[in-house]
Each structure stands twice: as structure tokens, then as C-alpha cells.
Write a protein that binds this ligand. Structure first.
Ligand SMILES: Nc1ncnc2c1ncn2[C@@H]1O[C@H](COP(=O)(O)OP(=O)(O)O)[C@@H](O)[C@H]1O
Ligand SMILES: [Mg+2]
Length: 352
């Protein structure tokens, strides 16, 4: 792949990889679990790993215990490294590589606000450090479900009917039928999401959503299967096989009910379009509803830092597509370097 050629030299060198985990969001714990898996998947011959945890309160700490265990080649144990946190660190110097001569790459394994939403990505841009995943714009867009829907609609991607509602200006009525789904614009992991059967339940659902964000989304309830697709790459992204989420369980093989080939092909095509429309880079998981009789595929959302434990949908989809967990991590780091090489000199160049 052409993208890889540009960074082969850098990739053959040892890389200092800062794994950034924990964070201030509701998804703190899952992020810690994910970090342990990523740390264990990294080849110590190729990576000099620095685990940096962010506590619930937003303090940045060196996860020294995790580092010691890694250095000794011993398996990490849970509760995750954050529990045995070392000294507090200054975010910018820690990220910029400190005194290390090695090429530094940051892997933000943070879900939700203050991690997946462009804030940390902005800090990494300022620090001048290459990092895994989408940049500021795509991260912020994908995190705001309402703005993402507007952009995706502009690009012609099929979606259900929806309405963005601001806390200060809730409309008296709207025409989406019942039931509807109400959700905060900016969260994940089903936090603050309610299914509302009728008008009498609406105020409570909006109240819950507004406890998380000033903006909420009201959506028609879609009666469909939930299909998901992984995207990996920068300028030449690839789509994974298609997976299905069934009542909390995640399926990849369709033992019960296969997804027709032409539907899977369409999912992959639309996933790549959505990835490009939001200007995602590195990785994303694109989620759809599939109405078997009716409108067919409707895009639900794009996740720029999808669940990333080895049993999460995104790594599973890539495994089923022939990319192992550790290879996936390697490719993501390589893509971070490719983006850095490609963009070097384009930003901040003085105007002549
Ligand atoms: N409009 C909708 N119609 C039907 N089900 C929905 C709708 N919106 C959300 N859901 C259900 O709620 C889950 C979580 O909503 P989602 O928008 O994906 O938010 P999150 O970012 O929390 O994953 C979905 O996976 C789906 O099962
Ligand atoms: Mg979702």
C-alpha cells in the first residue's frame, strides 16, 4: 500500500508509544481495561511503551506499575494500571516524548468527552505529536451526533428522521411519530439514551439528555437490525467485514440469519463514504440500522474511538477480515506516522 511506503523508514525504528487511557468520561473503566490489552499486544522489541493514565478528576499520572510489569515481561493484572498510579505528569512534556530520542506516537484510548471529541486531539496537535485516529475536526464532528448527521445528510448518506433540540428552545411538538429515541448529542455507550413511548414520557427523557449536554437529539425509532462495519486507513481506507449486534450480544458469523451479500457490500460502501464525509482518519466504526422491509440501510452513528478490547466489535471485525489485534495496533501507529509525514509543512508554515 502506498500509504505504508511513506513511513516504512520510521516504522522500522523503535517507537516510543504513549498509551493514553482512563479519562474523565463515564467510559473510564472500559478504557483502563482496553489499555491493558493494548499494552500486552505491543511487541516490546519494537515499542518503548509509556502508559499514561488520566484519573476521573482529570489528573495525568504515569502508570508506573504497569510499566514495571511490562518491562519485566509479566502479564498486567486488573484493576488496571491506574490504580497503582505513579507521579503526576505534565501532559504536554509527557506527550512530546520527554528526553527520549525515539519517534513518539500517542495512542489515545479515551472514549467520550475529553478524549474522543477532539479536545485531546487538539492538545496533541499543539504538542506536535503524531497520534492514532481521527484529527480534531472529525473527532469533534463524530462526537456531536446532531452535527454529524447534518454533514452526513449533506453527503447523501441515508438516515432516519431526526431533530436536534436545544435545552433553551424545546419545540412544543414535532412530527416523528411514536416511539422516539431521545439522546444527548455528545455521549456514547448508551448513556442518557431513552426510548420514549409517547408524549407523556418526553419531558423526563429530555431532562435526562439535557443533564449531559445542552443539545439533544430526538429520533424516530427504527425497527431494524443493527449492522456495524470497521474502517481502517487514511487516504485509502479499507472496510472490514460486516458484523451484527443482537440484543447486547455481538455476532460476526450470522449463524442465525445471514446478512445478504449485497447488503453487506452496501454497508461497506456507505461506511467508507461516511468515514470520508466526516474526514475521519486511522479508524472508525460505522453503525447502521437495516430495515429488512422498508428503507434498507440507515446510518446511525460513526465512532472515532470504538470499543477496542480484543472482544469488542471493531477488533473482532478486523480479525474476521484477516487483521489480528496486534497487527491492528501496528497498522494504526503506522497510519499516525503516515499522516504526520503527509501533513508536515502544510500547517503553520509562515506566509511569505
Ligand atoms: N433511532 C433509533 N431507533 C432504534 N433504536 C435506536 C435508535 N437510536 C438508538 N437506538 C438504540 O440505542 C442504542 C444506543 O444508541 P446510539 O445512538 O448508538 O448511542 P451510543 O453513542 O450511546 O452508542 C443503539 O445501538 C440502538 O440499539
Ligand atoms: Mg451506538
Amino acid at each position: 500500500m502506498a500509504e505504508n511506503d511513506a513511513v516504512n523508514d520510521a516504522v522500522n525504528e523503535r517507537i516510543r508509544l504513549v498509551v493514553l487511557f482512563g479519562g474523565r468520561s463515564a467510559e473510564h473503566e472500559v478504557s483502563c481495561v482496553t489499555a491493558v490489552h493494548v499494552l500486552e499486544a505491543l511487541d516490546p522489541d519494537r515499542y518503548d511503551v509509556l502508559p499514561v493514565g488520566i484519573t476521573h478528576e482529570g489528573r495525568w499520572v504515569l502508570a508506573e506499575e504497569a510499566q514495571k510489569l511490562l518491562a519485566g515481561g509479566r502479564p498486567l493484572s486488573l484493576p488496571a494500571a491506574l490504580e497503582a498510579a505513579g507521579p503526576e505528569v505534565d501532559p504536554l512534556p509527557a506527550l512530546a516524548g520527554g528526553a527520549s530520542d525515539l519517534t513518539t506516537v500517542v495512542f489515545p484510548l479515551l472514549h467520550g468527552p475529553f478524549g474522543e471529541d477532539g479536545t485531546v486531539q487538539g492538545m496533541l496537535e499543539l504538542a506536535g505529536v503524531p497520534y492514532v485516529g481521527s484529527g480534531v475536526l472529525a473527532s469533534a464532528l463524530a462526537m456531536d451526533k446532531a452535527k454529524a448527521k447534518e454533514v452526513l445528510a449533506h453527503h447523501g448518506l441515508p438516515q432516519g428522521r431526526w431533530l436536534a433540540v436545544r435545552e433553551s428552545a424545546v419545540p412544543r411538538s414535532f412530527d416523528l411519530g411514536w416511539p422516539v429515541f431521545v439522546k444527548p448529542a455528545n455521549l456514547g455507550s448508551s448513556v442518557g439514551v431513552s426510548k420514549v413511548a409517547g408524549p407523556e414520557e418526553l419531558a423526563a427523557a429530555l431532562g435526562l439528555a439535557f443533564s449531559y449536554d445542552e443539545w439533544a437529539l430526538v429520533e424516530e425509532a427504527i425497527d431494524g437490525r443493527e449492522l456495524e462495519c470497521g474502517v481502517l486507513g487514511n487516504r485509502e481506507p479499507e472496510a472490514s467485514v460486516v458484523g451484527e449486534v443482537v440484543r447486547g450480544r455481538e455476532f460476526y458469523g450470522y449463524e442465525d440469519k445471514p446478512v445478504p451479500d449485497e447488503v453487506a457490500a452496501e454497508v461497506r460502501r456507505l461506511a467508507l463514504e461516511a468515514f470520508a464525509a466526516l474526514r475521519c482518519e486511522g479508524m472508525a466504526r460505522v453503525d447502521f440500522f437495516y430495515e429488512e422491509t422498508g428503507r434498507g440501510l440507515l446510518l446511525n452513528e460513526v465512532n472515532t474511538i470504538p470499543g477496542f478490547t480484543p472482544i469488542s466489535m471493531y477488533p473482532k471485525l478486523w480479525e474476521a477480515s484477516g487483521v489480528s489485534y496486534s497487527e491492528l495496533v501496528d497498522r494504526l501507529v503506522r497510519l499516525a506516522l503516515e499522516r504526520r509525514a503527509r501533513r508536515a509543512g502544510k500547517i503553520g508554515r509562515p506566509r511569505g
